[in-house]
Design a protein around this ligand. Sequence first.
Ligand SMILES: Cc1cc2nc3c(=O)[nH]c(=O)nc-3n(C[C@H](O)[C@H](O)[C@H](O)COP(=O)(O)OP(=O)(O)OC[C@H]3O[C@@H](n4cnc5c(N)ncnc54)[C@H](O)[C@@H]3O)c2cc1C
Length: 305
Amino acid sequence: MTASLAQRLPAVRGRLRSGALLAKTSWFRVGGAAEALFSPADLEDLTEFLAALDPDIPVTVVGRASNVLIRDGGVPGVVIRLGRAFATTRVEGKIVEAGTATASADVARVAQAAGIAGFGFLEGIPGSIGGALRMNAGCHGKETRHVTVAARAVDRTGRLHDLTLADLGLQYRRCAVPADWIFVSGRFAGADGDPAVIATCMRQFRDQRERTQPIRVATGGSTFRNPPDQKAWKLIERAGCRGLRRNGASVSEKHANFLVNDGTASAADLEALAEDVRRRVQAQTGILLEWEIHRIGRPLGGSVG
Ligand SMILES: Cc1cc2nc3c(=O)[nH]c(=O)nc-3n(C[C@H](O)[C@H](O)[C@H](O)COP(=O)(O)OP(=O)(O)OC[C@H]3O[C@@H](n4cnc5c(N)ncnc54)[C@H](O)[C@@H]3O)c2cc1C
């Protein structure tokens, strides 16, 4: 954190670190440092911090960084990562209430143990439930919106908002809530289910994922959104991009919409490879793929991205 930024940040009870490295906690294992990284002690710490923070200082929230590409030059301003205080779950009838730092997989497991059906798809999505709300994450024909009842978010000025499902405007990998609002909790509902049957279904999902996705390597999930009535991976394959490389970055041999870092790629390698794929797909099919992965921060030596 530059001396001037440090002086401009409000006092907090939680953890505030300067120059915190983000790469090792990002799924892609790339990216520069956060100028400042804040993990609030609790909700009040978060709302008070935002209320007192100079509105000119940029704020970026990250969850488990499984759908972001953090650029090599790092993230200016304050990165907020919710920690343990926001990783709570509570079951009430067929409702699961979860703090948004809770892993989506843990929400699925809590629901399964309580005999609540409908959450199994979340088990294989490697992010937080906050990230699942923002991305309307989904698989196996289900999306986060199918189980969401309500969510609570904090805006950039520290004000709390209780949002209904309709307010969230969840669509395919999209959410209508302003990009700088931070989800702090959500309420999710399922149906009556038998824990053993749900567990079997989750195991099948897991096996299927293991067969079709590169989940044990450094990746960021689906790079591009599926265009209407099309599969991005099929278009990428048709354009001959499976296995395409740029330094340590490659298009996965297992799932062509996934990029993989062999351990030596930079964020710039991954981003340039994805842009190359977009160009080739457009040339081959006339379709311009849209990024699903959120790119944050700035390139090395560059300006804010
Ligand atoms: C191996 C692998 C498999 C995957 N499979 C799937 C899949 O099947 N289906 C699917 O949909 N996705 C999949 N993903 C992508 C990713 O896991 C999901 O999008 C996930 O929900 C992102 O959660 P996260 O906590 O990692 O969010 P991040 O990657 O940290 O952030 C993603 C976006 O959400 C925002 N965000 C995060 N937390 C909050 C919050 N509390 N409040 C507001 N905004 C927030 C961030 O600012 C960012 O814009 C996969 C990723 C990987 C690496």
